[in-house]
Write a protein that binds this ligand. Structure first.
Ligand code: PEP
Ligand code: MG
Length: 583
């Protein structure tokens, strides 16, 4: 620590808090408790002022907020696409006609003050979004709350408390962080993040990972248990926060951090090198993308999963064929000759559409989801297929179907593609006749019949998120069940083995695009089981490439053989620890 700065207080009333690591690493620093002033807006109605004056104040605030966000986006560098994306979504919220009209109606018809009109309109939207009961949509509620606070501050002429310039190194402790808190964070001084709420997919998690700041979420009552400037040791590897660690723990913490920083630089260095095992076996690295804004950097060999839900979820009606065509073409053009795997709509389950009535089901994850929903809505499915096929004229497209349970499903989906092609021919629209068709393997029934499936398709990609949930009957949205979903268990490795050997025998391409593909602790096992194509989010690539470079192909093979013969997930993890691969 720099001279003149207070030394870390060591060992005073030491205790340990547990949390859930969403970004790896370790940090040792004093706590900085972040308690942003909560914006309170009591019900208030116009007395002296005319409604039109209040409307023009609201308009001015909307404009100012938009200008501020545009300036913020412009300040991000090319490598900060993740932040820019979040704030572009904030601009979309500000431009939302329904939100704006509700604010103006609140003033004109309900006589509310501009501040209260903004607050009430946003509250209504937040309520609606929360009711959707979907994690991705709930994230949008946090965005609307962020925009609401920005608007109220603009109306009050207030400046928000900022985390962008902090004097000392610290571990930030907060209830939750708004997207703007995290995006403008002083990254030179925030060595770790601890929040009381949050999940793997919360904004805090996404941004902490992209900034590579170690972060723990779900640390209950952290704000009341930790005192400002109290020494903290955050160890994401152990999912824990030691408050006032003793001398030995501080020394160990410093070593842990030094090792992690070393590993980070090694990961950075590996990004520029080809994705190869220690003995030179080349592995293809794909990216998972979720929007047409996403770039395909040079280090990616292909797009292994293009989730198309964003087009449907960010709109208030079904996207038209032309809108979809434009978005898909953009993605294909950015990829150049590299293959882009477009996954058809995977809605239902946890993902709903506000403008479309989906059936109310007791078990939506076992319900009319993805392909099943598309079969029931032929025009919706055909529209997407026509748009995708038209885009195929502009790049190297392959189409992939989610939630395939049987060979019947495959044949039925392919028949839809034939109908879409026939219609395009009648219209005289250009498309590639050679678009490859494939499936996600994420339901155990098709995993068990992988040899039969392989005959019907050009390729497949293993969706480990759903395959794990369905194989272990453990709801992926329920954190209480995470111990039951065991992607390192022999049962899971064996099902992977079955799929991989079936596709190898059939000479068909097979890849993996679930979260496991981006987990560096799994890399050796996956390569050893025979996978040669892994697709993941961009932030996972450096660690996976480094893990690859540290294992030989033969060693990986014998490791996988040994792991599949063990009895429990704990034993497999023990094996990985023994080989220094569990980190
Ligand atoms: C999966 O299930 O592994 C997958 C990649 O799809 P999603 O997470 O979108 O369901
Ligand atoms: Mg899935």
């Amino acid at each position: 620590m720099a001279a003149g700065k207070p030394e870390l207080e060591v060992g005073q009333s030491r205790f340990v808090l547990k949390g859930h690591a969403v970004s790896q690493g370790a940090a040792l620093a004093p706590a900085l408790l972040y308690l942003p002033q909560k914006i309170e807006v009591p019900a208030s109605y116009l007395t002296g002022r005319s409604a039109e004056e209040a409307v023009s104040c609201a308009e001015h605030a909307l404009q100012k907020a938009d200008g501020d966000i545009a300036a913020l986006i412009a300040s991000f560098s090319a490598g900060e696409a993740e932040q820019a994306k979040i704030f572009s979504a904030h601009r979309e919220i500000l431009a939302d006609e329904e939100l704006r009209q509700t604010i103006f109606d609140n003033i004109r018809e309900e006589n509310m003050t501009a501040e209260y009109a903004v607050y009430a309109a946003c509250a209504m939207f937040i309520e609606l979004l929360k009711k959707a009961g979907d994690e991705t949509i709930a994230l949008r509620a946090a965005d609307v709350a962020d925009v609401r606070d920005r608007l109220v501050r603009a109306l009050r002429g207030q400046v928000r408390p900022s985390l962008s310039r902090l004097p000392d190194n610290c571990i930030l402790v907060a209830h939750d962080l708004l997207p703007s808190d995290t995006a403008s964070l002083d990254r030179a001084h925030v060595l770790g993040i601890v929040t009381e709420t949050g999940s793997d997919t919360s904004h805090t998690a996404i941004l902490a990972r992209s900034f590579r700041i170690p972060a723990l979420v779900g640390v209950k009552d952290a704000l009341s248990l930790v005192a400002d400037r109290q020494t903290l040791l955050l160890n994401a590897g152990a999912d824990e926060l030691i408050v006032s660690p003793d001398e030995a723990e501080c020394a160990a913490g410093k070593k842990l951090r030094a090792r992690w920083l070393e590993k980070r630089s090694a990961e950075d260095a590996s990004l520029a090198k080809p994705a190869c095992t220690k003995d030179g076996k080349r592995i293809q690295i794909g990216l998972n993308i979720g929007s047409d804004d996403d770039e395909l950097p040079d280090f990616a060999d292909f797009t292994g999963l293009f989730r198309t839900e964003f087009l449907y979820m960010n709109a208030d009606r079904l996207p038209t064929e032309d809108e979809q065509f434009a978005a898909y073409r953009r993605v294909l053009q950015k990829a150049g000759k590299r293959p882009v795997t477009l996954r058809t709509l995977d809605i239902g389950g946890d993902k709903t559409l506000r403008y479309m009535q989906l059936p109310k089901e007791a078990n939506p994850f076992l319900g009319k989801r993805a392909l099943r929903l598309c079969f029931g809505e032929p025009e919706l499915f055909l529209t997407q297929l026509r748009a995708a096929l038209r885009a195929s004229a502009f790049g190297n497209l392959q189409i992939m179907f989610p939630m395939v349970g049987s060979v019947d499903d495959i044949r039925r989906a392919k028949a839809f593609v034939d109908s879409a092609k026939a219609e395009l021919r009648t219209r005289g629209e250009a498309f590639s006749e050679n678009v490859r068709l494939g499936i996600m393997i994420e339901i155990p029934s098709i995993a068990m019949a992988a040899d039969l499936a392989a005959r019907e398709v050009d390729f497949a990609s293993i969706g480990t998120n759903d395959l794990c949930q369905y194989l272990f009957a453990a709801d992926r949205m329920n954190p209480d069940l995470s111990a039951y979903a065991q992607p390192f268990a022999p049962a899971f490795l064996r099902i992977l083995q079955n799929i991989l050997s079936a596709f190898k025998t059939a000479g068909k391409e097979i890849s993996m695009c679930g979260e496991l593909a981006g987990d560096p602790r799994a890399t050796a096992l996956l390569i050893g089981l025979g996978l040669q194509k892994l697709s993941m989010s961009a932030s996972a690539v450096p660690a996976v490439k480094l893990a690859l470079s540290r294992i030989g192909a033969m060693q990986a093979e014998s490791l996988a053989a040994e792991a599949t013969g063990l009895a429990t997930q704990a034993e497999v993890i023990g094996l990985l620890i023994k080989h220094d691969l569990w980190k």
